[in-house]
Design a protein around this ligand. Structure first.
Ligand code: ARG
Length: 286
């Protein structure tokens, strides 16, 4: 590659390196974007680089596909109530094992292999996530929770010691009963970003970003403000699975996070491109 091109890339990055140094950046990773091992390595490398240049990345992850794989292996049938997935005790036990036991530790192992230092925790560690039972339109979904409170002490200890926190999205029950709730990883990342007063919340997904036409990458919206996001939701341009993501971003922005980004996690080094170039590659909301 042309050496001057490399220098140009670094010079373009300079203002962002300066601006984000010392800042907390919360990244959500999960779902289909997490399946490919090669891509997973590039995401972890990006986080290590971010830390190396003085930023404080925090990784929050889900692991839906891995959970489904294990449920299948154990011949555990998914339960649906009125079309919505219901999390019973046994399923929650499997969610806990897979998310906190396997996915979390696999990510930490990858950090170690790529030369970084990370520590895996889940919502119960240090009382990180306290949740209450979620009801969707009044319907009980079983052991699924809404985070009510985030205790950031454990994350801060790690950040202060140069360790990247890797957080599995399960929570302690803050209502009656003992044990855990399964919590949505996008919401968990948003809650962490708010609690840490993060500079940015970045959702790594399996789409290029918010698009006017979901099947045409040419219609990707690179930047929008809160008003525009709300209008696009009202008009139905932002729909289906994108709605909770954008809503999570708006909530974080309303509570002090400076910018929220929706970026394609399947594209190698999308995090670095988003952070260190002028145009980025996903959708930025501010
Ligand atoms: N690198 C800059 C930032 O992180 C700008 C990113 C622009 N991204 C976009 N999708 N428009 O703040």
């Amino acid at each position: 590659m042309d050496k001057h091109f490399n220098a140009d890339v670094l010079i373009e990055a300079l203002p962002y390196l300066r601006k984000f140094c010392g800042k907390i950046i919360v990244i959500k990773y999960g779902g289909a974007a997490m399946i490919n091992e090669g891509v997973r390595q590039t995401v972890i490398q990006d986080l290590i680089l971010m830390q190396q240049v003085g930023m404080k990345p925090v990784l929050v992850h889900g692991g839906g596909p891995e959970i489904d794989k294990m449920l299948k292996k154990l011949n555990k049938e998914a339960i649906f109530v009125n079309g919505l997935r219901y999390t019973d005790d046994e399923t929650m036990e499997i969610v806990q094992m897979v998310l906190a036991g396997k996915v979390n530790k696999d990510l930490v192992e990858l950090f170690a292999r790529m030369g970084g230092k990370a520590m895996g925790i889940c919502g119960s560690d240090g009382g990180l996530f306290m949740a209450k039972r979620m009801r969707k339109n009044g319907q009980d979904l079983g052991l699924v929770g809404d985070i009510q409170e985030v205790k950031t002490d454990a994350i801060r200890v790690l950040l202060d010691n140069g360790i990247i926190p890797v957080i599995a999205s399960i929570a302690l029950r803050a209502d009656e009963g003992s044990g855990f709730y399964n919590v949505n990883a996008d919401s968990a990342a948003g809650a962490v970003a708010i609690a840490l007063k993060a500079e940015k919340l970045i959702l790594l997904t399996d789409v290029p970003g918010v698009m006017e036409d979901r099947v045409d990458v040419g219609t990707l919206i690179r930047e929008m403000d809160v008003e525009m996001a709300k209008t696009l939701m009202k008009k139905g341009v932002i729909k289906a699975g994108m709605i909770p993501k954008v809503e999570g971003c708006l909530q974080a922005l309303a509570q002090g996070v400076t910018a929220a980004h929706i970026v394609d996690g399947r594209s190698p080094h999308s995090l670095l491109v988003e952070l260190f170039t002028d145009t980025g590659m996903g959708t930025m909301i501010r």
